[in-house]
Design a protein around this ligand. Structure first.
Ligand code: AMP
Ligand code: TRP
Length: 333
């Protein structure tokens, strides 16, 4: 079985965009690959954050992922494996400065910081973010990395780093990781369907995966359907987003029936919205039940993830030991 690795930052909440765009796919991949998934808390230190919140959000994300069906033995917390930082240092010395200055995520995030404050502090950590990501991937010899298109450039950097390392030290040591672009939907903000659903836009722009059913119904009911800028004869972004969600929920029959109505001009937005809301509630209810079960014994769940992280740490230590040999550093006995 080939190795798959992916990771997500502990952002506090998980929204249906994250679920349909990433996590659902992670869960499915567990059947066919040897999967390793990380909650990357070191990465979350690259933008302004609060220390007590980071730890809380890290555990929150662990619980959410488990509730969604990620297997505990496949999950680790990045900072419990400090070898990621050590490998990052070694890779820093084969990554080129020029290459990192071209990373669009770095430019976007720098701009985002400067938007709120023109003298904003931009850390070396933010600049180095993609090298730490390369360390996550190369550490476990991942063949495939399921990511969204926005991460394509970082993946290419990881490949370049692996290639340069192998060339420089004359040994085919690191696997060249390939992106795994599974067709996952891009979910838009219900309040502004011209933008991608995202937590950073504010509360009304994302639907929390673990929200109360009533809140979900309310949010879908007030979803924007017409923004007034849709060319005649085309489906508006808001309506197409609602169709997308029905499809993502696996409701093919309802999707086909409503699409038929749309095509012959008899579609009522109220019934479209009702179908979307009920499909989401149906999907989310068992996930909420699972989350409640996990929360009932928090200590045991945390211990399980500490154990799985310790198991992954053994693999990481092995990699780092081999890397130290290759690059000319001494090892302990
Ligand atoms: P983020 O929290 O934005 O870093 O995203 C974490 C994961 O969720 C990434 O794999 C993204 O591609 C995915 N994701 C985030 N927002 C959306 C969205 N609106 N639609 C689909 N996938 C998304
Ligand atoms: N940068 C990724 C994101 O924003 C998160 C990430 C960190 C990651 N390390 C990774 C993704 C390793 C895949 C593999 O979504």
């Amino acid at each position: 079985m080939k190795n798959v690795l992916s990771a997500i930052q502990p952002t506090g909440d998980i929204h249906i965009g994250n679920y349909f765009g990433a996590v659902q796919n992670w869960v499915r991949l567990q059947q066919d690959y040897h999967c390793t998934y990380g909650v990357v808390d070191y990465h979350s230190m690259t933008m302004p954050y609060k220390a007590d919140q980071l730890r809380e959000n890290t555990w929150k994300m662990v619980f959410y992922l488990l509730a969604c069906g990620v297997k505990p033995e496949n999950l680790f917390i990045q900072s419990l494996i400090p070898e990621h930082v050590e490998l990052c240092w070694v890779l820093n010395c084969v990554a080129s400065y020029g290459e990192l200055t071209r990373m669009t995520q770095f430019k976007d995030k720098t701009e985002q910081l400067h938007e709120s404050d023109k003298d904003a502090f931009v850390s070396v950590g933010l600049f180095d973010y993609p090298v730490l990501q390369a360390a996550d991937i190369l550490m476990y010899h991942a063949h495939f990395v399921p990511v969204g298109k926005d991460q394509e450039q970082h993946l290419e950097l990881s490949r370049n780093i692996a290639h340069r390392f192998n060339f420089q030290f004359g040994k085919e040591y690191f696997v060249h990781p390939e992106p795994l672009f599974t067709a996952t939907p891009k979910i838009l903000s219900p309040a502004d369907p011209n933008r991608k659903m995202s937590k950073s836009l504010g509360e009304k722009h994302y639907i929390n995966l673990f929200a109360e059913p009533e809140r979900i119904r309310k949010q879908i009911k007030s979803a924007v359907t017409d923004t007034g800028d849709t060319p005649a004869g085309e489906m508006s972004a808001g309506v197409s987003n609602l169709f997308e969600i029905i499809q993502a929920c696996g409701k093919k029959e309802a999707y086909d029936a409503l699409m038929e109505d749309y095509k012959n001009g008899s579609l009522k937005y109220s019934s479209l919205k009702e179908t979307v809301a009920e499909a989401l509630v149906e999907l989310i209810t068992p996930l909420r039940t699972k989350l409640d079960e996990l929360n009932a014994d928090k200590r045991a769940v945390k211990a399980q993830i500490q154990d799985s992280s310790a198991q992954f740490r053994k693999k990481a230590q092995q990699t780092v030991r081999e890397v130290r040999e290759i690059v000319g550093l001494p090892n302990l006995k």
